[in-house]
Design a protein around this ligand. Structure first.
Ligand SMILES: [Ca+2]
Length: 310
């Protein structure tokens, strides 16, 4: 590849049609995977996977993992084969009203032919769309990316994706914001699928290496007013054992979200309800302890309180 084209490609990835990630009132990390131990975030659903390996890189272009010792990559030793297509999935634990998915990566492929792309599914893996088409396909309230490919970075077959050579680790981030209106908030967990494809022309290139996946949320905190008084929300029983009922006035028949946080501030449960004036929280996998809840309405009403689980 000519050096000039090289530079052009790298510049392409560092620009974005969707601007920068919006931190609002702060970004809070929720879940991560650095490949030093098994993580429920990463799943191998491609039964024909011949490509993706978690391990220690042993080819010169990859160098070492971003966080030692392990990363996920298209073969730890050999160049990627021609005419290949393999993927792995990332399944977010919950749908958050706004979410940022980030990862560190580098790649070496035949430019505009072989490379990687990311798809998103809102229905647990039945339908997939390229994540760069989010505004066109799912139209979240806001969608931002950093260091991502664009709708003009084509791989073979016309798919949009990363290709060419990215020698140093780059930090790519994707952000969805769904807070208002709540009724379009997707009901299922967000699935991401990381694909790697190559065409029929052999090449001696390393492929794609990724590490340090992170799921974060941004604290929206904008223009929210409290429900009239604290006692407008009743929670019973509190402490709860198997379930608790949250009752609140909902005269405008708005959609409401309930968020439950641990005492350390980690979001562990999000529920959304349409037109309800009560929300029943099932215990599920929640361990005993003290939690705090936040209830938010479509128009920005909110109430906070604490909930004890025995
Ligand atoms: Ca690592």
């Amino acid at each position: 590849m000519k050096p000039l084209k090289f530079l052009f490609l790298i510049v392409l990835f560092s620009q974005s049609t969707y601007g920068q990630i919006h931190p609002f009132k702060g970004i809070y990390d929720q879940d991560s995977c650095n490949f030093s131990s098994a993580s429920p975030l990463i799943r191998f659903t491609d039964s024909l996977n011949t490509l993706w390996q978690i391990g220690e890189p042993r080819k010169s272009f990859f160098g070492t993992a971003h966080s030692l010792p392990y990363a996920i990559m298209t073969d730890s030793i050999n160049s990627y084969p021609n005419a290949t297509h393999s993927y792995f999935d990332m399944v977010l634990p919950k749908w958050y009203p706004n979410v940022i998915v980030s990862f560190k990566h580098k790649f070496q492929t035949d430019s505009l032919k072989d490379g990687g792309y990311i798809e998103v599914s809102y229905d647990s893996g039945r339908n997939w769309n390229n994540v760069i088409d989010e505004k066109k396909v799912h139209n979240p309230m806001m969608f931002f990316v950093e260091n991502m490919y664009q709708q003009k970075d084509s791989l073979s077959g016309g798919l949009y994706g990363f290709s060419g050579t990215q020698e140093n680790w780059i930090y790519s981030r994707i952000q969805w914001v769904w807070l208002v209106p709540l009724f379009i908030h997707p009901p299922n967990p967000l699935y991401l699928r990381f694909h790697f494809i190559s065409d029929s022309m052999p090449s001696e290139k390393s492929g794609w290496i990724m590490d340090d996946f992170m799921v974060s949320i941004a604290d929206m905190g904008t223009g929210i007013s409290a429900l009239k008084k604290g006692h407008d929300v009743r929670v019973f029983p509190n402490p709860m054992v198997t379930e608790a009922t949250f009752v609140f006035p909902n005269l405008k028949k708005e959609a409401f979200l309930l968020h439950l946080y641990t005492s350390k501030g980690q979001l562990v449960n999000t529920q959304h309800h349409y037109h309800a004036d009560k929300i029943i929280l099932e215990r599920g996998e929640l361990v005993a302890g003290l939690y705090s809840y936040l209830i938010q309405s479509e128009s920005g009403l909110q109430a906070r309180g604490s909930l004890s689980i025995q």
